[in-house]
Design a protein around this ligand. Structure first.
Ligand SMILES: [Zn+2]
Length: 498
């Protein structure tokens, strides 16, 4: 029976955020080791990632590999919410630990590592490829598969240092389990000698296109349907597209295409070209323009029916914690405070200094503080607010936190990044949805599921922050890319594809 080691080191990095991520950020979100990892990924009923997903890549992988006769060797699973780049210490920690555990694991036939694909680290060009090289050095003879988020960056080093890479095929992502299971299928069939993965990949000079990039909406629907069709072809082991990570300012960024066929390099090359051609064809479909905070508040005010029947969710598109922003932008908050009179609004802001300064202050006291804008000082500015200190709490996800009642705005001030994505973020503080007109979320899309019972209108508001859609205007790419530069065809100036 093949012995297979598996684990995860995953974080989606926003390189515009100056707030670096350490090992403690992984521990705070998700960190499993050894027997606990095995137990949580081999039972469908246990949570693989408490608070995030009952079953994800590692459950899909472990259960499929076991079904196909593998003996599982759990490594460790570390998964942090999106944030700034990893510290040099965190990278060194993961490299050392991965190397040590692989060498101590006994003879291994295969290894699977689940990663994001857009992780950045201080002083590293391609940290995930560095982790892949650790695997190759520690167990050079083992077959090795990797899973990615489709918002990763495909690079020559990543492709060269894995036998196969499997990426999500849904956005918003709903196929973590299937992605892991497919990786297990490819690995086990490769070890059994049934298949031999032959890979082709492309990197397109394209950083933004495909409209809203949602797999079940036009224009991406047709491309994802084509990938699904390819997966029914027994000659194809996996086919993925990478839709680029906008807020990971890699000079080599761009949409990617990855195809692995069974011992058929010519077919892999042909399909990679065909998928690339389809991606290039949707480049002109750019995301819709995003209103300013003032326009968003005005629009919410006019949405009388939506506010009566439920709430208006305003997504703070320039400060999406779900995409790695620090959560301290004050652009939208200022508009709610100054222009949202009469609209009961719930909003978060990150400010560890204010939390510390008011931690001993008696509840019910009037306070005036400058909140936000203290981390990414080049982009964000603090604003002054006055109100009553209404509550305080210690949370697992974002540390200590306060509730400031500013009148029509109920403001939650947090020590860590406030991932306001679910109603519980507010209802846990005794702020019921039925009393709110406007609820601020710091998430691009997942909040839509969680707020389904309450949300009657969604507005995206953009100010200036670390998750702006037009960030590509300021990035220095290593070649001309669309839409920044006029590029005639995706093959112009494309980097070598193998
Ligand atoms: Zn993603």
């Amino acid at each position: 029976m093949p012995r297979i080691a598996y684990g995860r080191i995953a974080q989606e990095t926003n390189t515009l955020s100056p707030v670096l991520s350490g090992v403690e950020d992984f521990r705070r979100t998700h960190f499993l080791e050894g027997a606990d990892l095995l137990a949580r990924t081999t039972s469908r009923w246990k949570f693989e990632a408490e608070g995030m997903a009952r079953n994800a890549e590692l459950s899909g992988f472990a259960q499929e590999a076991e079904r196909r006769g593998a003996t599982l060797v759990p490594l460790f699973s570390a998964w942090a919410i999106p944030g700034g780049p990893l510290t040099a210490e965190a990278m060194a920690y993961f490299e050392e630990r991965l190397d040590r555990e692989l060498r101590a694991a006994g003879p291994l036939d295969g290894v699977m590592l689940s990663m994001h694909g857009a992780m950045a680290a201080v002083g590293r060009v391609d940290p995930e490829a560095d982790l892949q090289k650790v695997v190759h050095r520690a167990v050079p003879n083992a077959k090795f598969v990797v899973t990615h988020d489709l918002h990763g960056h495909l690079t020559a080093e990543k492709v060269a240092n894995a036998d196969a890479i499997v990426a999500y095929r849904t956005n918003p992502h709903r196929d973590h389990v299937r992605t892991g299971a497919r990786a297990a299928e490819i690995l086990m069939r490769t070890l059994a000698g049934e298949v031999r993965p032959t890979v082709a990949w492309r990197c397109l000079p394209l950083v933004l296109g495909g409209g809203l990039n949602i797999d079940f909406l036009a224009p991406m629907r047709g491309i994802y349907a084509f990938l699904t069709k390819l997966h029914r072809d027994p000659r194809v082991l996996t086919a993925s597209i990478y839709q680029n990570h906008l807020w990971n300012e890699a000079p080599h960024a761009g949409w990617g295409v990855y195809v692995a066929t069974n011992d058929d390099p010519a077919l892999a090359e042909q399909l990679a070209d065909e998928i690339a051609e389809r991606c290039w064809a949707v480049r002109h479909e750019q995301p819709p323009a995003i209103p300013s905070p003032s326009e968003a508040v005005k629009e919410a005010r006019e949405a009388v029916w939506a506010r009566r029947a439920g709430v208006v969710c305003i997504s703070d598109a320039s400060d999406m914690v779900g995409a790695g922003a620090p959560g301290e932008n004050t652009g939208l908050l200022a508009a709610l405070v100054n222009e949202g009179q009469g609209l009961v609004s719930y909003a978060p802001v990150r400010d560890a200094e204010v939390v510390a300064a008011l931690w001993e202050t008696p509840l019910g006291e009037r306070v005036t503080v400058r909140v936000g804008g203290k981390l990414a000082t080049a982009i964000h500015t603090p604003i002054e607010v006055s109100g009553t200190l209404a509550d305080r709490k210690v949370t697992a996800a974002f540390g200590r936190a306060l509730l400031l009642d500013l009148g029509h705005v109920k403001l939650i001030v947090t020590e860590g990044a406030p991932l306001a994505m679910k109603p519980a973020f507010y209802t846990d503080w005794g702020l019921p949805m039925r009393k709110a007109d406007i609820v601020v979320v710091k998430s691009l899309f997942p909040f839509r599921w969680y707020f389904l019972p309450y949300n009657r209108k969604t507005i995206y508001a953009g100010s200036r922050g670390t998750t702006d859609f037009d960030v590509w205007r300021h990035v220095s790419f290593d070649r001309p890319v669309f839409p920044k530069d006029p590029v005639k065809h995706w093959t112009d100036g494309v980097r070598p594809a193998r």
